[in-house]
Design a protein around this ligand. Structure first.
Ligand SMILES: Nc1nc2c(c(=O)[nH]1)N[C@H]1C(S)=C(S)[C@@H](COP(=O)(O)O)O[C@H]1N2
Ligand SMILES: [Mo]
Length: 301
């Protein structure tokens, strides 16, 4: 299956959906040999560590947090289907040379879509492994040419109560906004996702464009992004505004810093019975810990 959305995606970069769907069968047939070993070398590199077994598509797309479509895990899959994601415009604003309004297609056209299989952990204590499709946010940022004043990036998501029934209640301040330090945004692990399992992103997972920062709690991954703003000062973020004592700007996955109302030491993979230990920076410490050298991660939560 070939996806051609938002520009030319070389066929070699697309991992066939069947590879994922048949993963269990692959593993069984090979007598427990990990999927990666069965893939051609260039896809093996994209598949990442062998212990990352993707959560089933059905689970990833029916157990969601997306308060614009209700607060239950089931409601986004039921209510987001009719969101109009095309045409879609993303505004680039603030401290950058190439500000302006871009169509979704123009924004993503320069980039080669890649498969990134990432751990995904919600601050509530559940986790998944998601085979995202997307591109490096850092590559986009370089093309937008932030000025020397840019120290942070804010992501603003769609504000449209006519299409988003959850926005007719004030359960959160709307629109949902998120932010990163510029160096976090430029980190090679940070992506803008446009798909999962080799298919366009389902609406409930944030179509057409959502942020994915795998070492942070899931709430940093704003869905349905309509504006990217380069800022000199730290932007406000939705959960920090809503409950500042519980949710901070950084939101790095950290098993040693508990949420005020529950432990963050363990997590339950959705669909599994047993909990497992949560890893520092969600398992990406070797790649991201240096971003926080000298910072107190207890006060910068
Ligand atoms: N616009 C928007 N983005 C959002 C949210 C939301 O309510 N609105 N929820 C966040 C939370 S709390 C999580 S855990 C992830 C869930 O992503 P998923 O449903 O694709 O697993 O989306 C994040 N992005
Ligand atoms: Mo979350």
């Amino acid at each position: 299956m070939l996806i051609r959305r938002g520009g030319d995606i070389p066929a070699s970069q697309i991992t066939p959906e069947s590879v994922y769907l048949n993963r269990r069968a692959f593993v069984a047939a090979a007598g427990g040999v990990a999927l990666g070993a069965l893939l051609p070398p260039r896809l093996r590199a994209l598949a990442g560590p062998d212990d990352l077994k993707p959560t089933p598509y059905e689970t990833i797309t029916t157990y969601n947090n997306y308060y614009e479509f209700g607060t239950s895990k089931e409601s986004p899959a039921k209510l987001a289907g009719r969101l109009k994601t095309s045409p879609w415009t993303v505004e680039v604003a603030g401290a950058a040379k190439r500000t302006g309004r871009y169509s979704y297609e123009d924004l993503v056209r320069p980039f080669t879509m890649q498969v990134r299989i990432y751990r995904h952990r919600c601050v509530e204590g559940w986790s998944m492994v998601v085979p995202w499709m997307g591109f490096s946010l850092g590559d986009l940022i370089r093309r937008l040419e932030p000025t020397s004043k840019a120290k942070f990036v804010q992501f603003t998501t769609l504000d449209d109560p006519a299409q988003m029934p959850g926005q007719r209640s004030d359960i959160l301040p709307w629109p949902y906004v998120e932010g990163l330090r510029l160096d976090e945004a430029m980190h090679p692990l940070t992506i803008l996702a446009t798909g999962l399992y080799g298919k366009p992103l389902p609406n409930q997972n944030g179509a057409p464009l959502r942020l994915v920062v795998p070492w942070k709690y899931g709430f940093k991954g704003g869905k349905a992004i309509v504006r990217i703003t380069f800022m000199e000062t730290q932007p406000m973020t939705t959960w920090n505004m809503a409950v500042p004592s519980e949710y901070g700007f950084y939101a790095n996955v950290n098993p040693e810093v508990d949420h005020p109302r529950w432990s963050q030491a363990r997590e339950r993979p959705v669909g599994e019975f047993f909990k497992r230990d949560t890893l520092m920076f969600n398992g990406y410490a070797d790649q991201v810990a240096s971003l926080y050298t000298g910072m107190n991660l207890r006060t910068n939560y």
